[in-house]
Ligand binder design. Structure first.
Ligand code: GDP
Length: 188
């Protein structure tokens, strides 16, 4: 693996703070606790996201510039019911404003140990209605047997009418990270 330059650029807490830049953006979204921070750290080979995700921290859109050429964008986790209504509304508005900026590709993370969720269905419906390209990514597959992986993959394809099988990944073992990289490279 060639070495990359990975630079944390900053966070947007409001729609006005969203980055406006011609360089392509690759967004990562999923329910809180899906393993998004872990996957992004593993992907970038750097512990960039851990500290930003301590429970109770204000949710934001985080930007990381890779090779000075494109962005990894960490979107707020959803489905965290314990937040106050006002905060949930802020996050929804921020995410909606973010998608209006039209990322090049959005990775929707799905926990391999958890059955398909309505919240994820909403995310796919949202991306489809905006005509934004996306790719499903299953996380934590190290915790699944071979049969369970196949079953999870099938279940997600059916539940969300996916046209491509999800990428099976593990931040723990590094499995599937190459496929995520490839999806990014193909879209650049
Ligand atoms: P986030 O809230 O989506 O950013 O999720 P985190 O990255 O903080 O991970 C949530 C939980 O899932 C933590 O307890 C992690 O240890 C666990 N986790 C994350 N990635 C993996 C993985 O690849 N395999 C397993 N078995 N657990 C994971």
């Amino acid at each position: 693996v060639k070495s990359r330059s990975v630079e944390y650029v900053g966070a947007a807490y409001t729609p006005e703070q969203l980055l406006r830049d011609v360089r392509p953006q690759f967004a990562f979204i999923g329910r809180s606790n899906v393993g998004k921070s872990s996957l992004l750290n593993a992907l970038l080979g750097k512990d960039i996201f851990r500290t930003s995700k301590t429970p109770g921290r204000t949710q934001a859109v985080h930007y990381v510039l890779v090779d000075g050429a494109w962005y990894v964008v960490d979107l707020p986790g959803y489905g965290y019911a314990k937040l106050p209504q006002r905060e949930l509304a802020r996050i929804a508005a921020l995410t909606e404003a973010y998608f209006a900026e039209r990322p090049r590709l959005t990775f929707v993370l799905l926990d391999g140990r958890i059955p398909p969720q309505g919240k994820d269905e909403e995310t796919f419906a949202w991306l489809r209605s905006l005509g934004l390209p996306f790719r499903a990514v299953v996380t934590k597959v190290d915790a699944l047997s071979r049969a369970e992986r196949a079953q999870a993959s099938r279940r997600f394809v059916q539940a969300f009418s996916l046209s491509e099988p999800p990428i099976l990944t593990s931040a723990r073992t590094g499995e599937g990270l190459g496929e995520v990289w490839r999806a990014i490279r193909d879209a650049l």
